[in-house]
Design a protein around this ligand. Structure first.
Ligand code: G1P
Length: 300
């Protein structure tokens, strides 16, 4: 396997956020509200993920949306009437924080995935906006809570060796069938070449318990393979299949970047609930103590 070893690796400027999913697991909450707009404490799930990308230095945010997702576009836009009202009521702090969250003019793009054909297809829908440069991909279901933003650490690893990077963390054996699973050469290293990669292996067949946590750095050649639109596991166009081809057919380097922080899979009810607890407990000056007391009281 040849690794990509350019002296200076192209900067990661753009990030893709696939937000077209229906959110059926959260009905009826997601009947009129996109699942990405459900709140973890007081920020929509998608805002937490965009925060992570901004902290990692991303300059352009590309959202792959679908029907009934227009409110996500509104969320990242200016809200003139609201801002005016806050200003007139002297709510300067609230106004300042709203403005700080808002990406600057020209820093967002929105494109639509017209049919739910799988994650690989959703990413492919962003090809023209990404163009010929490496990019980050963040799956909004997965919230990464750590002192150092997950994507930031990945970009550091990428800056050292280039290539493609997939973030991984251990999961319990009985959950491996729910995720993409990779095998790595050196499990102790902060990043290590990937030797196997399999999307949602049948229970008992996973090559390891290192799961793909929904953060990637990918080279633009991935679009050639995604464009072939070959269906994989579950009849969907899988990103993992194209990543394997990019490695095996073009010989590009693929690294697993190990993540040691907390992960909350907001695609499941329990993950969403624990995300709310964890993010509230992280607000030490504001919510943490009160929440702890309330929980103690509830649990008797
Ligand atoms: C996708 C990926 C999978 C990854 C997971 C993380 O699956 O295909 O490899 O482990 O995201 O959330 P999905 O959750 O879209 O089924």
């Amino acid at each position: 396997m040849t690794q990509v070893h350019d002296k200076v690796h192209k900067k990661i400027r753009k990030a893709v956020f696939p937000v077209a999913g229906l959110g059926t697991r959260f009905l009826p909450a997601t009947k009129a509200v996109p699942k990405e707009m459900l709140t973890v404490v007081d920020r929509p799930v998608i805002q937490h993920v965009v925060d992570e990308a901004r902290a990692a230095g991303i300059e352009h945010f590309v959202f792959v949306t679908g029907r009934n997702k227009a409110v996500i576009e509104d969320h990242f836009d200016a809200a003139y009437e609201l801002e005016d009202t806050l200003a007139r009521r002297d709510k300067h702090e609230a106004l300042k924080s709203l403005k700080a969250d808002q990406p600057a003019a020209g820093m967002t793009s929105f494109t639509r995935q017209q049919e739910p054909l799988g994650l690989g297809h959703a990413v492919w829908c962003a090809r023209d906006i990404i163009g010929d440069e490496p990019f980050a991909l963040l799956l909004p279901d997965m919230l990464h809570l750590s002192d150092k933003p997950c994507l930031g650490s990945m970009i550091e690893a990428y800056n050292e060796v280039g290539g493609n990077h997939i973030n991984v963390a251990p999961v319990p054996e009985d959950q491996t069938h729910q995720y993409g699973i990779v095998g790595v050469d050196d499990v102790q290293a902060s990043y290590s070449p990937i030797n196997v990669m399999v999307e949602k292996p049948a229970p008992g067949t996973a090559p390891s318990n290192w799961h793909i946590t929904g953060r990637y750095i990918l080279q633009p050649e991935i679009f050639e393979f995604l464009g072939r639109q070959e269906a994989g596991v579950g009849g969907e166009i899988q990103l993992t299949d194209s990543m394997l081809k990019l490695r095996d057919q073009l010989g590009q380097g693929f690294f697993a970047d190990r993540y040691d922080g907390e992960i909350h899979d907001c695609g499941s009810k329990i993950g969403f609930l624990t995300a709310n607890m964890a993010y509230a407990l992280a607000r030490k000056d504001e919510l943490a103590d009160e929440l702890r007391d309330e929980m103690k009281r509830m649990l008797g």
